[in-house]
Structures are given as structure tokens and as C-alpha cells.
Design a protein around this ligand. Structure first.
Ligand code: FAD
Length: 458
């Protein structure tokens, strides 16, 4: 006889683990299927822990997990600022400007250890994990109870009343499930090359003076590489180790890039967009090459990350989707597109949406899920989507102008909330502010979603 649980969860990242934790803590039987990814910094298989983890102060409240609850080795670095560097202008945030129970600006953390702790928490609550087990497909019959039958790569099957899809931005299972309830092809809205960015990062040891310079800071370089919300960054880890990487859209055509000579990390001889590794090399040469011998002074830390100190991931960069809740299905986290294209932050919304899905599934009714996630993270999603939309066509000059303007606005107010307040900082500031406010207003209610609740057909 086919095994049967209340809640089956596809994917054991932050969204899946919090769904399983919430479901089990509320009395449901829950199983997480995690295909299992090998990493240099974890013994055995675990989730695909996209190890570039920074959390801002107010995200702590969205997550509903304070770092004090985490084991000591999870938090790596306390942050006190974010630095935004343009080709000629820059600005700095010391405060997100959003009320938060966490005292500092934010922190970076060890994502694999964080994910392992989330798993432990879910298992303590009674959830089961099958790691190394891919979900191949899901058959659903709405007239049956249980409704869903998951087929697993090992040939087994498992039946479940509720399905939480938390398979991350690749959406290998999510897309096939959603397709059944849509009158159009799911890839019209969720083609992975259109709605995902590619992210690449390296773990490198910094020379002491550089490590000191970036201590406490997450640094983003905007207007350095072409593409919508494409930017390199440094996130400090423990000691003198930092993750240096970038995110960019998939398949940018260099021949369509205007003013390409203004992008500091492009070269006139480039005949295509450089690979992530080459961009990181150029960034380090550009920023530190005058003083340092980069290959020797910024060595790769090879026992970190996925393999050889480097990692490549997809990252969702679209608007979130509603879920086909009448079929007993909730999509959470990266799979629902909740990760921000603007700043890549997504762990907080993954944890929150997973938790809501798990709680509602345990209560036996998912129908409130689409409203409930909007109540919980709608403001964050609107803020992130509005910011990403606003900068969609920005080139290097626009970034310089934006940072110049932001500096004036910041002189009066601190943080992201400067965009939510009316400030007298000149015409450019008003345009920047109006553009943001207009977009955010236009995204109210269901307008911020990529696939709406009422588009599903059962
Ligand atoms: C380079 C980079 C930098 C980032 N920086 C930050 C940051 O600083 N702060 C932040 O908050 N967020 C950051 N994010 C975003 C964050 O990593 C994601 O938002 C978050 O991982 C989403 O969690 P999730 O559980 O939804 O998905 P994931 O973490 O992607 O987990 C999905 C899981 O599903 C598993 N899976 C997939 N298919 C199957 C299947 N068929 N069967 C079984 N298992 C399956 C995968 O192996 C994976 O473990 C970053 C992302 C990237 C790529």
C-alpha cells in the first residue's frame, strides 16, 4: 500500500524546512524530499544551500527567527552598513530605516549550517526527511483522498493531502504541477531563462587591509556590468574570508548593450558577456590590482562552498506567483519567485512563506494561503519589485545619478524608507522618489504577482 502523509514537501531549503517545521509543530505528519547536493563544507548530502547569506535587520522579523535562537557557528559576521558603488559616485546605508527588533544593521551567516539547523528544528518537531530522494513528478486527482501521489526517483510513491512546492528557482516540479491548472503554458510566465538570474561566487581570503576595509559592510557595485539588476558584490564571512560574486540575467546579448565602454568590467575585445569567473577576476584587478598581486593575495578558499571554493546558482528574479490552493498546493520561497532581483534577499521570505504554507496545511485548509502570504510579505515584495522595475534600464550614468541623488536624500533620512517619504532634495530626487512610489502603488494587491489566483482552472 502507498505510504500516506498529511503534508509532502518538495525541497529541503529554508522554505521546505520551515513548511515541514510548521506542519509538524501543528500536529500534521510531514515528509520533506530533498534531492541532496554535495558540498565541500558539509559532510553528507543536504539541500542546495546557496551560500551567500546576508540578513538585514527587518528581515529577522519577517523570518520570525532571531539569530539568538541559532547555534553559535551559524552567524559569521555582524554588519553595520551597505555600500553601493557606481562608476563615479557611491552611497552608504547605515540603517534600513525600517522598524526591526534586531539591533544591528544585519549579519551574514553560514548557509549550510543554517539549513542543517532548520532541518534539525523540523525533525525535532516531528517532520521526516528523505535526503538523496528526488521527486520525479506528482499526480493529482482532486476527487480522491489523498489527492496527490508523488513519484520518487527511487521508484517509490507517497500519497499526501497537501503539497508544498519548495524546489527553488529551477522549479523542476513546480512548473509541471502549475502547468496543469493554467490555461496557458507555464513557461509563458515562468521560463527559467527569463525569470531567473545566474549567480556565481568565490570564497576568497582577503589581504588584512582589504578585510579591514570591508569589515561590517556588504558592498555592491552597480553600473559595472550590463544587464537588468546585474551587479558584483562582496559579502564578508568569518575572519578574513569573503564571498565575492555577482548576479546577472541569463543570456544578455552584448551587441544590444548601449554605452558598453562605460561598464568598467567590460573590455573592448569582448565579443560576448564574460563568464562569472572572469568578471570576478576583473573586479578584483580593477579595485585592488594597483596595490596587490590579486591571484596570490586573494587566494581561493577551496574547502568552502560547493566545490573548489566556487559556486554557481540560479536565482529567481521575477515577481512571485500565487498558488493553486484549491488543489491543495502551496508554492513557497524561491519556487514562488519571492527572492528579490534587486538585492537577492530571499531566505527571509522563503522561511515566512514556508511557515504559512505548513501552518495552513496542518489546519487542513490552504485556501487563505495567497492572501496570507501577501499580508505577511506583500510590502516587502512590492518594495523589491518596485526597486527592480525602477532600475530595469539603468546604465552606468543612471547609477551615478541615482547614487548622487540618494546621497542627498540620505542627508535628511536614513535607509530604504527614504523612498517612502517626501523629501526636498531637488528635481532628480523627486523623479527617483516619484518613480519608486508610482511603481510601488501600481503593485498593490495582486498586481505584484506573476500568476494570479484567479488564473488557475481546476
Ligand atoms: C548567489 C546568491 C546569493 C544570495 N544571497 C542571499 C542573501 O544574501 N540573503 C538572502 O536572504 N537570500 C539570498 N539569496 C537567495 C536565497 O538563497 C533564496 O531565496 C533561498 O535559497 C530560497 O530558499 P528555498 O528554500 O525557497 O529554495 P532553495 O534554497 O533553492 O532550496 C530548494 C531545494 O529544493 C531541492 N530540490 C529541487 N528540486 C528537487 C526535487 N525534484 N526533488 C527534491 N528536492 C529538490 C534543491 O536541492 C534545494 O535544496 C541568494 C541566492 C543566491 C543564488
Amino acid at each position: 500500500m502507498t505510504e500516506h502523509v498529511d503534508v509532502a514537501v518538495v525541497g529541503g531549503g529554508p522554505a521546505g524546512s520551515s513548511a515541514a517545521h510548521a506542519a509538524a509543530a501543528n500536529g500534521a505528519s510531514a515528509v520533506v524530499f530533498e534531492k541532496g547536493v554535495p558540498r565541500a563544507d558539509r559532510e553528507g548530502l543536504g539541500p542546495d544551500s546557496t551560500d551567500a547569506a546576508g540578513i538585514l535587520d527587518y528581515w529577522v522579523d519577517i523570518m520570525g527567527i532571531h539569530p539568538d535562537e541559532m547555534p553559535d557557528d551559524v552567524v559569521l559576521h555582524e554588519l553595520d552598513r551597505a555600500e553601493f558603488v557606481g562608476p563615479h559616485e557611491s552611497c552608504m546605508l547605515h540603517d534600513t530605516g525600517i522598524d526591526a527588533s534586531y539591533d544591528g544593521f544585519g549579519f551574514t551567516f553560514h548557509r549550510a549550517k543554517f539549513d542543517d539547523w532548520l532541518r534539525e528544528r523540523a525533525e525535532d518537531a516531528g517532520a521526516a526527511y528523505r535526503v538523496g530522494t528526488s521527486v520525479k513528478g506528482v499526480e493529482t486527482d482532486l476527487d480522491e483522498s489523498p489527492r496527490h501521489v508523488l513519484s520518487l526517483a527511487n521508484g517509490d510513491e507517497l500519497a499526501a493531502d497537501f503539497l508544498v512546492l519548495a524546489d527553488g528557482p529551477q522549479r523542476t516540479v513546480t512548473n509541471r504541477v502549475l502547468d496543469r491548472y493554467l490555461p496557458f503554458d507555464v513557461t509563458d510566465r515562468l521560463d527559467s531563462t527569463e525569470v531567473n538570474h545566474i549567480a556565481y561566487q568565490e570564497h576568497r581570503r582577503l589581504p588584512p587591509a582589504v578585510a579591514e576595509d570591508v569589515r561590517g559592510a556588504i558592498r555592491f557595485w552597480w553600473g559595472y556590468i550590463p544587464g537588468h539588476t546585474a551587479y558584483p558584490w562582496i559579502f564578508p564571512n568569518d575572519g578574513d574570508v569573503a564571498r565575492i560574486g555577482l548576479t546577472m540575467p541569463i543570456g544578455v546579448d552584448l551587441s544590444t548593450v548601449d554605452d558598453r565602454e562605460k561598464y568598467r568590467l567590460l573590455r573592448s575585445e569582448d565579443d560576448r558577456i564574460p563568464q562569472g569567473r572572469e568578471y570576478v577576476r576583473r573586479l578584483l584587478e580593477q579595485e585592488y590590482g594597483d596595490e596587490y598581486d590579486v591571484p596570490d593575495d586573494f587566494p581561493l578558499v577551496e574547502d568552502r562552498g560547493k566545490r573548489g571554493g566556487t559556486e554557481t546558482y540560479a536565482i529567481s528574479s521575477t515577481r512571485p506567483v500565487d498558488s493553486p490552493v484549491d488543489a491543495g498546493v502551496a508554492v513557497a520561497g524561491g519556487a514562488m519567485g519571492a527572492t528579490s532581483a534587486f538585492h537577492e534577499g530571499g531566505d527571509h521570505v522563503a522561511i515566512r512563506t514556508g511557515r504559512i504554507a505548513g501552518e495552513l496545511a496542518a489546519a487542513g485548509d490552504l485556501s487563505r494561503y495567497n492572501d496570507a502570504w501577501k499580508d505577511a510579505i506583500g510590502n516587502e515584495v512590492r518594495r523589491n519589485v518596485a526597486m527592480a522595475d525602477m532600475v530595469r534600464d539603468y546604465g552606468p550614468d543612471d547609477w551615478d545619478r541615482a547614487f548622487r541623488t540618494a546621497r542627498k536624500m540620505l542627508a535628511g533620512r536614513e535607509g530604504y524608507e527614504m523612498f517612502d517619504r517626501t523629501l526636498a532634495a531637488g528635481w532628480d530626487a523627486m523623479k527617483l522618489l516619484a518613480g519608486y512610489k508610482w511603481r510601488k502603488f501600481g503593485l498593490r494587491g495582486s498586481r505584484c504577482v506573476q500568476i494570479r489566483d484567479d488564473e488557475y482552472v481546476y
